[in-house]
Design a protein around this ligand. Sequence first.
Ligand code: FES
Length: 343
Amino acid sequence: MSFQVALNFEDGITRFVECRPDETVAEASYKARINIPLDCRDGACGTCKSLCESGRYDGGDYIDEALTDDEAADGYCLPCQMTPHSDLVLRIPSSSAAAKTAAATHTATLVDITRHSASTVEFALDVDDRDALDFLPGQYVNVTVPGTDQSRSYSFSSGPAQGQASFLVRLTEGGAMSGYLAERARVGDRVEFTGPMGSFYLRELTRPALLLAGGTGLAPLLSMLERMAQERLTHPVHLLYGVTTDQDLVHLDTLGDYAEVIPGFTFDHCVAAPDSTARNKGFVTGLIDSSTLYDGDVDVYLCGPPAMVEGVRSHISSLGITPTSFHYEKFTPAAVRQTAEAA
Ligand code: FES
């Protein structure tokens, strides 16, 4: 028996290692040829100190100079001493290059292209070695656009346990992936991608959550919902989905399906265009008040274009509320990801 440990490096690259309950995370990483920062390997120096974002473990033996009680209470841990009691997610305080590792490369076959509307397409891949592909719900990969030397970043819209990997794409005039999907893509095409990457992923839910999506920023949130459905999470989770025009609205039926199977999950949507037929017109900020923010006792996950991310942040701050945690990811039309979190 072994547990899966996700090592999330400072540059966003994530590697997964298998760790037995009787070996330390540092030993398992070393066996996987990943050199996380170590010095004493004895719980004395604190060089390996990392943040455990989810999972249960035995912290092992160490001295206060390496890890104080307050740090341990805040989730900090020593990989050279800790042994897992469950799957873990660790933030490692070094770059992947410093740990002599890099993003994994995967090859796959294009198995489905779904044109949801004139603006939005979803494609699905059958990954050659599916067992070698692990990711945290919310993360993205860099996909090489077939027939070009360009790559674009896309978040998984599928969950980590689902067989096929799928991605939502907003079609843009002159875009490399847009051109490929609109003109040349055929089922059976070979596709390569690297990853997973990013720090925008679902943490352990211990309080209500507010999920906010702008356009195809819905994709990583769908991946998170898939995980929540699998784990039958019971905390209240509310999703607000904002788009520009009616044709940008996709997956409302999927959200309805998740509302059937995830206890406590509700959602609403809004459309900015004045001629929309949607019940709510305007931006998602019009749907955010102190009750949707549980007066601050909430984890917020926000993925959308930069203007939306900034608009939501300033709206929440104008309400005088500071969410317990705030994770966000901005994407641009060129699909460059910027992930961050604000206290
Ligand atoms: Fe020194 Fe872990 S390497 S405490």
